[in-house]
Design a protein around this ligand. Sequence first.
Ligand SMILES: CC(C)(COP(=O)(O)OP(=O)(O)OC[C@H]1O[C@@H](n2cnc3c(N)ncnc32)[C@H](O)[C@@H]1OP(=O)(O)O)[C@@H](O)C(=O)NCCC(=O)NCCS
Length: 367
Amino acid sequence: MRGDGVSIEAVTSRDAMTEFAMLPFQVYGEREAWWPPDVQNEIDLLCSRAPISSHLAMMPLAARRAGKLVARVTAVVNFRYNTHWNEQIGQLIHFEALPNETAAAASMIEEAAQWLRQRGMTAVRSGFAAFLDYPYAVDNYCTLPPFLLRNSPEYYHNYFKSAGFMTEKGLTDFTIALTPQTLASYPKMIDDAARRGVRVQTWREHGFMNAVDAWTDVTNSAFERHWGWNPITREEVRPMLAGLARTEVADLSTLAIAGGDVVGAVFAVPDFSARLARVRHGVRLEETRGGGTRGALINIGVLEGWRGTGANLAMAARSFSAMARQGMKYAGYTLVLDENWPSRRTAQKLGGAITSNFVVYRRDFVK
Ligand SMILES: CC(C)(COP(=O)(O)OP(=O)(O)OC[C@H]1O[C@@H](n2cnc3c(N)ncnc32)[C@H](O)[C@@H]1OP(=O)(O)O)[C@@H](O)C(=O)NCCC(=O)NCCS
């Protein structure tokens, strides 16, 4: 305990983990609409019972003021990431904090940073780690964010800057209005790719679980040098996606096939806001954000040898056409690094414009 009543504690008991996993309800609970966390999933991760756990060393920390939980974070060494990139970078995931808690948040982050330093890390990042962490919003603070993301409060920036962090990367989210004119441009994209020997199949047509494996393989190859990514295994992806086989995902997700091989993959989802978001009674979401009208392309990759063939446009065009048939008026194209021109151009050519922005923070440890 420090003089200001703040204490930083390791989170070890089951009760403390539950309290830790529930903090977002205090941060976002008063909003009209937000995506609540999967509490059980988070507790499984904290208990090292998740498929990804064998790749991680973790230290969840809680900041309390006069006994009350006011901030949380988990310091992570992701061995797989560090081996892949030949770096010694730690990650801070699960960061959430109440307002007016700059000192508590900064001490907690410092404690987490020291834990990482003691394990030989030379830097720490917060806001991007495959399957573990997503970036911080810099706009649209109070609206429902795109699926999987959080429109974190604006005061988080102050907390990270106070803890010595810099902005490392910017990421954007595009929205495509599925107007008759835009939809009319899609068949030509599919035909152009077909003329170059690339045809598109949905995951349902390919066989859902085979498509899941193909997605894993294509993603590992296409994202091999994509900043922030680390390789993943079929064994960890299968249980994550298997439950979606009977949902619209099977018709919205697509593959690019050439000469019998899968050379590209898209993972796309319907509008999950009615099923998964917390929307205050009586609130109607903007059509661009949810309420049954916004599907989303979550991930797209084309094997290097097949880039420039239009496989990217054909896969997305087929996915967005299926979204429109299912009644969606908008498609998200989620999370593009500012400097990823091939992906930005892909989104633009499909009719997209940037509608949300996010950042990732980093601090290099001084020797
Ligand atoms: C993103 C991806 C699917 C795009 O597919 P692709 O086949 O490479 O796309 P294209 O060849 O059609 O290129 C897209 C556009 O980017 C342009 N482009 C490529 N490199 C560029 C650069 N360095 N600067 C500016 N524009 C660039 C191309 O000229 C093209 O635009 P144009 O048609 O107006 O000329 C593919 O590059 C990929 O798999 N990348 C790795 C994974 C990834 O980043 N996925 C997206 C994550 S958000």
